[in-house]
Design a protein around this ligand. Structure first.
Ligand SMILES: Nc1ncnc2c1ncn2[C@@H]1O[C@H](COP(=O)(O)OP(=O)(O)OP(=O)(O)O)[C@@H](O)[C@H]1O
Ligand SMILES: [Mg+2]
Length: 267
């Protein structure tokens, strides 16, 4: 029940697109996440917030089969994918945009999109056209190496590249990190647009206020454990969330989190 209530399927109805049930695991012995449970329903935008080092990216890795699991279950559309290798997870329709190094800087925009289609055997050119319609600035810069683009446009390339596989769910790890408020807004609008086209979204975000503002539901992760969850609106209104995340950093006007791409983003 929030700003995203635009005729979507009932939240929580039916089998979740993605579900983690009491997942415990980590890297080479060190357990990082403990009994974490998260679900993303059909048509939902779900946001995962938490302090640095809370294990948010590790949750993404658990979905992608990149974690040593000590317990729990990951399922995609009701099918068990616990421990399935990353490439097979992607083939099953999980698109993933990592937190860093998410484009090939020396390749042009169009080459990046072609790389995103590497597992497709069919004609993906119509999909590339769709991506240029979704991200008009990229259409104009299709022959430009991605490394020359502004931070915001590079994130668009990263998202479009991931979407070259027809997704059932899109995982985004801090897609607005380092962007100025204006370009953050562009990314959040694009996320809503992708979602409106029927793709469920699980997004890790530091800019908690804006992210929860577009979320159907959210989860707060602290020290590798579930701390709070609820609708985006309920979490925004929760004083505990306010203390943790909304005290200036991450709000629309603060712009204090490293506007690294600000200058380059100017048209
Ligand atoms: N590949 C890895 N090998 C070993 N430990 C790791 C690895 N990646 C992350 N960690 C550790 O796991 C913990 C959680 O890291 P993670 O990256 O999941 O946190 P996060 O919530 O995404 O943080 P941030 O907000 O900084 O991105 C940290 O203590 C980190 O040092
Ligand atoms: Mg992270």
């Amino acid at each position: 029940m929030n700003g995203a209530g635009d005729g979507k399927p009932q939240e929580g109805a039916g089998t979740p697109v993605l579900a983690l049930e009491r997942v415990t695991g980590g890297y080479s012995g060190a357990e990082i996440i403990h009994e974490v449970s998260i679900s993303v329903g059909l048509g939902e935008i779900v946001v995962l917030v938490g302090p640095n080092g809370a294990g948010k990216s590790t949750v993404m890795n658990a979905v992608l089969g990149r974690l040593t699991l000590a317990g729990g279950r990951v399922s995609l559309q009701g099918r068990d994918i616990t421990g399935t290798a990353p490439e097979r997870v992607v083939r099953q329709g999980v698109c993933y945009v990592p937190q860093t190094a998410n484009v090939f800087p020396n390749l042009t925009v169009s080459e990046n999109l072609e790389m995103g289609a590497y597992i497709r055997r069919d004609d993906f050119r119509p999909r590339i056209q769709e991506m240029y319609e979704l991200f008009p600035p990229l259409a104009e810069r299709r022959r430009t190496p991605a490394g020359y683009l502004s931070g915001g446009q590079r994130q668009m390339v990263a998202i479009a590249k991931a979407l070259m596989v027809e997704p059932v769910i899109l995982l985004l790890d801090e897609p607005t990190a380092g962007l100025s408020p204006r370009f953050r807004g562009d990314i959040f609008r694009v996320v809503r647009e992708i979602n409106a086209r029927g793709v469920a979204i699980l997004m890790v975000e530091q800019n908690a206020r804006q992210a929860l503002g577009i979320a159907d539901r959210g989860y707060v992760l602290v020290d590798g454990r579930n701390r709070l969850d609820g609708s985006g609106a309920a979490l925004l209104a929760d004083p505990a969330v306010g203390t943790m995340f909304l005290g200036g950093r991450g709000n629309d006007t603060a712009g204090d989190d490293g506007d690294r791409a600000g200058g380059a983003d100017a048209p």
